[in-house]
Design a protein around this ligand. Structure first.
Ligand SMILES: [Zn+2]
Length: 149
């Protein structure tokens, strides 16, 4: 047994047959959400059927990436493996502009506005941070005003 300390990586998403279209889009720097071809309902996270009408063939449709912030919590201490380098970070719930109650979870890592700058309802926009090449590209949301500066 080695005396070297164990190192742990942050968990990475594992695409499956249902979510593959979402991850294919993020790899292109696009945000795509399942949309029902019968009733037009968007849904996230991905599911095998439309939860509004039961259609068994939801497809992925590109969305604007614009959202508003509806809830968040800021983490300053996390003992779970792989998160130390990310501290502090905000775990956020955003509502995509395409549909009421179309929510996504996101994190906002190492940003000065975490402690005091986040506001309910503020405009957010998707970003696709450069990853480390491990696993799929994870979309995140950041304040839209900051991106225009
Ligand atoms: Zn439907």
């Amino acid at each position: 047994m080695s005396d070297a300390p164990a190192t742990f990586a942050r968990p990475i998403p594992r695409p499956d047959a249902i979510s593959q279209g979402f991850w294919d889009a993020t790899a292109r720097g696009e945000l795509a959400i399942q949309r029902c071809p019968d009733c037009g309902n968007y849904q996230h996270p991905p599911r095998p059927i439309c939860h509004a009408c039961g259609c068994a063939a939801p497809v992925y449709a590109r969305v604007s990436g614009e959202a508003r912030l509806v809830s968040w919590t800021t983490t300053y201490h996390n003992v779970l493996p792989g998160f130390a380098a990310a501290l502090p970070y905000a775990c956020m719930v955003v509502e995509l502009v395409e549909q009421k109650e179309l929510f996504m979870l996101s994190d906002l890592i190492g940003r000065a506005e975490i402690a005091s700058g986040l506001r309910f309802g503020m405009k957010m926009r998707v970003v696709f941070p450069a990853g480390d090449g491990e696993g799929p590209v994870l979309p995140q949301f950041a304040p839209a005003e900051e991106q225009q500066a």
